[in-house]
Design a binder for this molecule. Structure first.
Ligand code: KIV
Ligand code: NA
Length: 275
């Protein structure tokens, strides 16, 4: 399994870091088999797996439940688990308690938190407690209400400068990496060059140290529309739809089950049943 040391070396040697989300046993198995460098159990699970409109309803228990399944499917891949909405905002103590619970119960190797500001103290305290933390800046979906929608961040000079500063602050607080979401590529490049820790981009251009995408977006599973920054490599919705239709039609036309799917008893046993 790769560790923090490997991710630092990969940044130094300009070897792209590949991260992808997974949420359950089968997706984790597939993602590990595809040889990604690290798995994110994102709170995007609220939307792509649980059908919520945002990540807000996701709980610590949800994250633990899904991370345990991911761990069973990907025993040899570094796993980062999102701390969900309001699980690290009330107090540093509360954040420590929730992060500790996630680490002890789920098999996560690190947690991810969104934002800077008050969260800087949280990053420092978790790190001092021995919990590796991945930061997340730019578009931070748990703050979608405050941001006023899912929009590109850091487009004007003031917010761009703040992002550069926040990135430095999360690094100083001990973050092992930082996710940059929906950030103009020039700004992501400046941040990447100014940090010692790796940047992992999503909608942040091709100059970050790594990339992350959502499993369901990559394979076209369940999702109907994907954001501009997604490249969809398959549309398994079509395959699954055809398979399901085939099953339904075969049952209705009695084509399924066929002989090869069917168990039998010997004739003498059968005749004994008729008396
Ligand atoms: O929850 C998630 O999937 C994420 C990634 C988009 C970075 O946080
Ligand atoms: Na997330």
């Amino acid at each position: 399994m790769l560790t923090r040391t490997d991710f630092m070396r990969m940044k130094k040697e300009k070897e792209p870091i590949v991260m992808m989300t997974a949420y359950d046993y089968p997706s984790a198995k597939l993602v590990e088999k595809a040889n990604v460098d690290l798995i994110l159990v994102g709170d995007s699970l609220g939307m792509v797996v649980l059908g919520y409109d945002s990540t807000i309803p996701v709980t610590v228990e949800d994250m633990i439940h899904h991370t345990k399944a991911v761990k069973r499917g990907a025993k040899h891949t570094f796993i980062v688990t999102d701390m969900p909405f309001m699980s690290y905002h009330i107090s540093v103590e509360d954040a420590l308690k929730n992060a500790g619970k996630i680490m002890q119960e789920s098999g996560a190797d690190a947690v991810k938190v969104e934002g800077a500001g008050n969260i800087i103290n949280v990053i420092r305290s978790l790190t001092e407690a021995g919990i590796p933390v991945v930061a997340h800046l730019g578009l931070t979906p748990q703050a979608v209400g405050v941001l006023g929608g899912y929009k590109v961040q850091g487009k004007d000079s003031e917010s761009a400068k703040k992002l550069v500063k926040d990135a430095k602050l999360v690094e100083e607080a001990g973050a092992i990496a930082v996710v940059l979401e929906c950030v103009p590529h020039q700004l992501a490049k400046i941040i990447t060059e100014s940090l010692n820790i790796p940047t992992i981009g999503i909608g942040a251009g091709n100059d970050t140290d790594g990339q992350v995408l959502v499993f369901h977006d990559v394979i076209g599973y369940g999702v109907e529309r994907t954001p501009k920054f997604v490249k969809q490599y398959a549309n398994v919705n079509v395959n699954i739809g055809e398979a399901l239709k085939g099953y339904v039609n075969d049952v209705r036309s009695r084509k399924f089950p066929a002989k090869e799917h069917t168990f039998s008893i010997k004739d003498e046993v059968l005749s004994s049943l008729y008396g």
